[in-house]
Design a protein around this ligand. Structure first.
Ligand SMILES: Nc1ncnc2c1ncn2[C@@H]1O[C@H](COP(=O)(O)OP(=O)(O)O)[C@@H](O)[C@H]1O
Ligand SMILES: [Mg+2]
Length: 335
């Protein structure tokens, strides 16, 4: 029988030639121990193994071809958006055993250094404060993904990796298989992800409890509901960030103003005019965004921040002519 080794294909942005030396004709489950790194791994549906390369450890997941491509593309897009997820390295297709039996493709990602699956984060039992900190980290990850337009579809502790980050944890997405990237998410999509997160986390904590691995004082349902509360409380943090953006734009104008008289008036005034537009537009952007996010979260702007100049329907009704020679939206420029 002919051995179709020629059909092996590695799709990667930059392929390490050493990848070709891996035993692709063998099912991942049977890879020899000397090629593997024994690092902690979470629960998964697919076979996942860590492969030791000269300069890195890769995670290899055996998975159907369309799912492999989809996950690879999504991880690449998440990377481009600078969102915290594992780094995709490539996909290996066209695998066959020496006797010609086809094998599933493998998705390769870079092993996220110093990361741990949640089950590895406790030795005897998951303490209440550790569980809370994991959920905090997952809420931050979820808000960031949602703001980037990513609907996860399978939010869970098992699909997240955690890194210790001073006293807290930082969370990274590891399993993007069920995800989808949109320009922005609707309230329904976000709520659906949150619902799934609470349900999955409750299941994962009940599982730990059944194995005697959960602090007895902890209630799995109450703890899993924390994700919803934490996700919503990030709202306050969001207000802070947008407001800081407005201050930064205003500061630029103040810095420029100090140069008056040190260069010709025409250039000074032209730049001062642009900086004023920039500060006004930062405010416009902040106000419209906070009105919008506020309409989703149902929460008021914390009292220490300037309230938006106008309600959401004002911003929604704006029609701004794309004429660069004119103020584009006179209504939003403050005198
Ligand atoms: N790049 C990676 N770095 C570290 N761990 C990983 C990586 N990729 C996968 N893993 C580990 O393998 C587990 C299973 O991966 P996952 O993509 O969730 O597989 P499945 O699609 O079968 O659920 C994860 O929980 C994680 O522990
Ligand atoms: Mg998974």
């Amino acid at each position: 029988m002919s051995v179709p080794t020629h059909s092996l294909r590695i799709t990667a942005a930059s392929a390490d030639p050493a990848l070709l030396d891996l035993p692709w004709q063998t099912p991942l489950e049977e890879w020899p121990a000397n090629r593997l790194a024994a690092l902690p791994r979470g629960i998964s549906r697919h076979v996942v193994r860590f492969v030791r390369m000269s300069d890195a450890v890769l995670a290899a997941k055996e998975i159907g071809e369309s799912l492999a491509r989809r996950e690879y593309d999504l991880l690449r897009m998440l990377r481009r958006l600078a969102l915290p997820a594992v780094e995709p390295i490539g996909i290996v297709t066209g695998r066959h055993t020496p006797d010609g039996r086809p094998l599933d493709p493998v998705l390769l990602t870079r092993h996220l250094q110093f990361s741990l699956p949640y089950r590895a984060l406790f030795s005897q039992s998951l303490r209440a404060d550790t569980a809370t900190r994991l959920i905090d980290a997952l809420a931050v990850l979820l808000v960031r993904l949602h703001l980037g337009g990513f609907y996860w579809g399978d939010v869970s502790l098992s699909n997240t990796l955690f890194r210790r980050d001073a006293g807290a944890f930082a969370a990274y997405l590891v399993d993007a298989e069920t995800g989808d990237l949109h320009d922005s998410l609707s309230r329904g999509q976000r709520e659906h992800d949150l619902d799934l997160a609470a349900t999955n986390i409750a299941g994962e904590l009940m599982d730990l409890a059944a194995g005697g691995l959960l602090d007895e004082a902890m209630d799995p349902i109450d703890t899993s509901d924390l994700i919803v509360a934490r996700y919503r409380s990030l709202w306050t943090e969001l207000t802070e960030r947008y407001s800081a953006g407005v201050s930064a734009a205003r500061d630029l104008g103040t810095t420029w103003a100090a140069l008056q008289g040190k260069l010709d008036d025409e250039r000074f005034n032209e730049v001062a005019g642009f900086l004023k537009i920039q500060a006004d537009e930062a405010r416009w952007w902040r106000d419209a965004s906070l009105d919008y996010f506020g309409s989703l979260s149902g929460l008021p702007i914390p009292p220490q921040y300037e309230p938006p100049l106008h309600p959401l329907n004002f911003y929604e009704a704006l029609t701004c002519p794309a004429d660069v020679t004119k103020a584009r939206c006179p209504d939003v420029y403050t005198p």
